[in-house]
Design a protein around this ligand. Structure first.
Ligand SMILES: [Zn+2]
Ligand SMILES: [Zn+2]
Length: 333
């Protein structure tokens, strides 16, 4: 099969051919229909996440069809559509796994980082960590649901009671969360890089009551905010915009250094917390909710071979919504 593999920090991904193997154990062999590009892939490619699998194939927003099943694979049929997220394996035995927090497992494996991911024509994935895809979505539309959507949903669950919700960094995750928030009657305030009128326009079209630059103060203080951009200096800016008792959720897996700030910004019971990975329960809940909203991801597709070009566009911030790679055989499908 054709795939794009990690060739070392800051190197372009390298096109390669790999054998397609019969799945063993609980694994599914999946023919990839689409794979989203997540910001975390950029952190893997830039060497900011330590100890990736050697020559790893990135990509953890994978949607495809089951073509073969290992003898112990459960829950799927040949030909069925399936999604593969970031969380690829948990130990099931550690303190965190046994207390409903498998997202914090001591010995996890992650798709497209410590396991080969979906920048390829085929992927092998554990059936216990794979999910059926709602019918209303095409493969390309469904791809960003598998991380931007899932992590966004896990962040949103922490701020679901907020009336006024700020979202900093209006990319793939934010444009999905804005749709969930609007569906639940929340007011969305969208913060983008200054001058990013395309992202602000998308935010307004999805029902945001206000859209502006991250340096601006919203017209009213916010009950909660989520930061999806991996930019540490946004933390004090977002705290400044928070009402007393407000919660600030940091949704990125990697963030640049957070500058020192005055205690005033945290005082009065404001909370700052991060969200790490996802649980399988998050995936089940979110994939049930998505078609009910219905969440409509905005996607731009690129051929798999143009992964490096697509990554460059995402890196520059010149992309509205989500970028999705499509293997050659699936183009136009
Ligand atoms: Zn564990
Ligand atoms: Zn991701």
């Amino acid at each position: 099969m054709h795939a794009m593999e990690f060739a070392g920090a800051h190197q372009p991904l390298h096109p390669t051919e790999r054998p397609v193997r019969k799945p063993t154990g609980r694994n599914l062999l999946i023919r990839v229909g689409a794979c989203g590009i997540c910001r975390t892939d950029l952190h893997v490619i830039d060497g900011e996440l330590e100890h990736p699998k050697a020559r790893v194939i990135p990509g953890h927003e994978v949607v495809g069809r089951v073509v073969a099943m290992g003898p112990e694979a459960r829950g799927f049929k040949i030909g069925e559509r399936v999604g593969v997220p970031w969380l690829g394996f948990t130990c099931g035995r550690c303190h965190f796994c046994r207390s409903g927090r498998e997202n914090l497992c001591d010995k996890p494996k992650f798709t497209g980082y410590t396991l080969d991911g979906g920048y390829a024509e085929y992927i092998t994935a554990d059936s216990h960590y794979s999910f059926p895809i709602p019918k209303i979505y095409s493969d390309a539309e469904a791809a960003p649901l598998m991380c931007a959507g899932l992590i966004g949903y896990r962040c949103w669950k922490l701020v679901r009671t907020a009336k006024r919700l700020g979202i900093y960094g209006f990319g793939a995750a934010a444009h999905i969360v804005a749709q969930i928030a609007k569906h639940h009657g929340q007011q969305v305030y969208a913060f983008t890089r200054s001058g990013d009128t395309a992202a602000q326009k998308l935010a307004r079209s999805l029902g945001a009551v206000w859209a502006g630059s991250s340096e601006e103060m919203p017209p009213k203080l916010l009950d909660a905010a989520i930061i999806f951009a991996s930019v540490g200096p946004l933390v004090p800016l977002a705290l400044k915009a928070l009402e007393k008792g407000g919660t600030l959720v940091l949704g990125g897996i990697h963030m640049s250094e957070i500058p020192a700030f005055s205690y005033d910004l945290l005082w009065e019971e404001r909370i700052v917390r991060s969200v790490a990975n996802l649980t399988r329960q998050d995936a089940i809940e979110f994939l049930r909710l998505a078609p009910r909203v219905p969440i409509r991801p905005h996607v731009t597709t690129y051929p798999l071979d143009e992964a490096n070009e697509a990554i460059a566009v995402l890196r520059k911030g010149n992309l509205v919504g989500a970028a999705v790679l499509v293997p050659a055989a699936c183009e136009g499908a």
